[in-house]
Write a protein that binds this ligand. Structure first.
Ligand code: NAD
Length: 256
């Protein structure tokens, strides 16, 4: 019996085998969970489907989180097949590359809205549709970054979106606690992924981890995945509205 045996959940945000969501999926599967996956578009389906199938999943659904009808369709299908769910992993973010390259004050209005919509509002929408399927309580976990609370070079509009995401975690947690639904964020250190390569300075950030993080190393997808298991399992039964750092302790020290 694994920690997650008998638990079912949906993973939003696998793009390839470098995705943090994929590390989470592997750890959840190892703990005994049954998983459904979503993919953004047909191009990514080609990568996500074989990965999902390798973990024994056959619920693999399209979802652009910028479209309410896509989110609704995912939960309708999952309800039809499973009836209810225990957890959701939201590991999705997007900002225009141009907006990340420009000085922050030059962020476009449209780019600001887009980053907010896909990276922050989508958690609210996904949670709204998840709640009716969490009849025995549940857990929602999203992925965030230190750039939500500190001005990190190059992170710009994504930092603002992560601040909104973290505030959304607290408001969702406050609202849904009485339904025994917990909502938390895992704040990952820098990891080389598709999304991270859109933000400049990844190599420098990884070097800082080796130099200054108390653990003297960068974290990887499996480190983050293990904390996702903690957050969606009964091990964190008393935890909600929290931002849990998986960054080797980097956020706790001042590089000097
Ligand atoms: P990734 O590129 O593998 O994952 C990002 C995912 O977002 C992809 O699967 C992509 O398809 C999905 N996505 C983008 N727009 C979407 C849309 N409109 N609808 C549905 N899905 C959409 O990169 P990742 O680093 O694994 O990112 C996952 C999460 O982790 C993000 O929230 C990211 O901000 C966060 N995070 C990443 C790092 C890092 O350094 N890699 C650090 C902290 C937090």
């Amino acid at each position: 019996m694994g920690l997650m045996t008998g638990k079912r959940g949906i993973i939003f945000g696998v793009a390839n085998d470098m995705s943090i969501a994929w590390g989470a999926a592997q750890q959840l599967k190892e703990a005994g969970a049954t998983l459904a996956f979503t993919y953004l578009n047909e191009a990514l389906e080609k990568r996500v489907r074989p990965l999902a199938e390798s973990l024994g999943s056959d619920l693999i659904l399209p979802c652009d989180v910028g479209r309410d009808e896509d989110i609704e369709a995912v939960f309708a299908k999952v309800k039809e097949v499973w009836g209810d769910i225990d957890f959701v992993v939201h590991s999705v973010a997007f900002a225009n590359k141009d907006d990340l390259k420009r000085p922050f004050s030059e962020t476009s209005r449209e780019g600001f809205k887009l980053a907010m919509d896909i990276s922050a509002y989508s958690l609210v929408a996904v949670t709204r549709y998840a709640v009716p399927l969490m009849n025995n309580g549940g857990s929602v976990v999203t992925l965030t970054y230190l750039g939500a609370t500190r001005a990190v070079p190059n992170y710009n509009v994504m930092g603002v979106a992560k601040a909104a995401l973290e505030a959304s975690v607290r408001y969702l947690a406050a609202e849904l606690g009485e339904k025994k639904i917990r909502v938390n964020a895992v704040s990952a250190g820098p990891i080389k992924t598709l999304a991270a390569s859109g933000v400049g300075g990844l190599r420098e950030k990884l070097k800082l981890m080796d130099q200054y993080a108390p653990l003297r190393r960068a974290v990887d997808q499996q480190d983050v995945g293990k904390s996702v298991v903690y957050m969606v399992s009964d091990l964190s039964s008393g935890v909600t509205g929290e931002v849990h750092f998986v960054d080797g302790g980097f956020s706790t020290v001042v590089p000097a």
